[in-house]
Design a protein around this ligand. Sequence first.
Ligand code: HEM
Length: 216
Amino acid sequence: MPSQALVYARPSSRTAAYLDFLQMLTGVGLILFMWSHMILVASINLGPEAMNALAKFLEDTYMAQTGGPFIGVAFLLHFVLAARKLPFRSLEQKAIWQHSRRLHHLDTWLWVIQAGTAMIVLIMGSIHIWTILTDLPITAAKSAARIQGGFWLVFYMILLPMIELHVGIGFYRIGVKWGIIKRSNRPFYERLENALTLGFLIIGAVTLYTFYNLAF
Ligand code: HEM
């Protein structure tokens, strides 16, 4: 039974709907950013000149300097909005675990994976954004040196699958929640989600391999 104070503090259903909508908007924005980010970073596969030219363009037009902090804020806002539904207390965690095992449904497990990866992405993503934005300009040589140092290679080998799972499942769940994915087209979107996740994992792995082997 919730305490009286909690009942009074509960937002109206209209506020809850606006917050859900904002959560979806920040999620869509971050998914689009992440897809673009992976493709931009993958420009290193075309050679250091291609990556340097892109980075210079983003900095000359101030897109990196203004867009970077903007992404950082969207990232935090998205977490705060999503945290309304996350089970932080051990009793809540026990309940969601028992429900997931009992329901034995793929979408419930996808939610559990998304909540778990969210924590890792929040911490590692913030460290990564801070590291890159406090060491501008972005150059192929600096990125390669970071990755060849070893620490960042391992860091990205963990962050890459975490963010791709989070983004792929997020894309699918937004579709289900907002009625785009229905019972009839669900198998198609499940396959699309798997293909996107796998595709970006391959692009990311190839990019890391290229950075690791780049000689200057
Ligand atoms: C402010 C925005 C961001 C900028 C400017 C940025 C920039 C970069 C750069 C330059 C690299 C190349 C490696 C390096 O230099 O160390 C990189 C790699 C990477 N970034 Fe970001 N990043 C941003 C946000 C994010 C976010 C929010 C995530 C996920 C939470 C992320 C995940 C990754 C991953 C997984 C890699 C490894 C790439 C790969 O495997 O191909 N980045 N990023």
